[in-house]
Write a protein that binds this ligand. Structure first.
Ligand SMILES: [Ca+2]
Ligand SMILES: [Ca+2]
Length: 98
C-alpha cells in the first residue's frame, strides 16, 4: 500500500467520524467555511493553492503532507481533508498544534 492509499484511508475514516459527530446543517456550514477559507487563500483564483499562496498560513509547514497526490498544489479536496485532520487532532487534544 503506498503512502497516498494510506492517507486516503485515514481521511475517509476521519471524515466519517466528523460527519457522524455533526448534523447535516452543521456539515454544510462547515463546507461553506472550508470553501471560504480556500477562496481567501487562492489569490489567483485558479482553483488550487500553490506554495506561494499558502504563504504564512499554517498549511505551508505541512504542505507536502496536505498535498496527497504530490502534484505540488493543494486542491479544495486536499484542503478539506487536511482541515478535517487538523480538527480531529485538535479535538483529540494531542499531538503538535498545526
Ligand atoms: Ca491558486
Ligand atoms: Ca495535490
Amino acid at each position: 500500500m503506498n503512502r497516498n492509499a494510506v492517507w486516503f484511508g485515514v481521511v475517509a475514516l476521519l471524515g466519517t467520524a466528523h460527519l457522524s459527530a455533526q448534523t447535516a446543517d452543521d456539515f454544510s456550514e462547515w463546507e461553506k467555511e472550508i470553501a471560504r477559507s480556500f477562496a481567501e487563500l487562492d489569490a489567483n483564483r485558479d482553483g488550487v493553492l500553490d506554495r506561494e499562496e499558502v504563504g504564512q498560513h499554517p498549511l505551508e509547514t505541512h504542505f507536502s503532507m496536505a498535498d496527497m497526490d504530490e502534484d505540488g498544489q493543494i486542491s479544495v479536496e486536499e484542503f478539506a481533508a487536511f482541515e478535517i485532520l487538523v480538527e480531529s487532532i485538535e479535538a483529540a487534544g494531542q499531538g503538535p498544534s498545526i
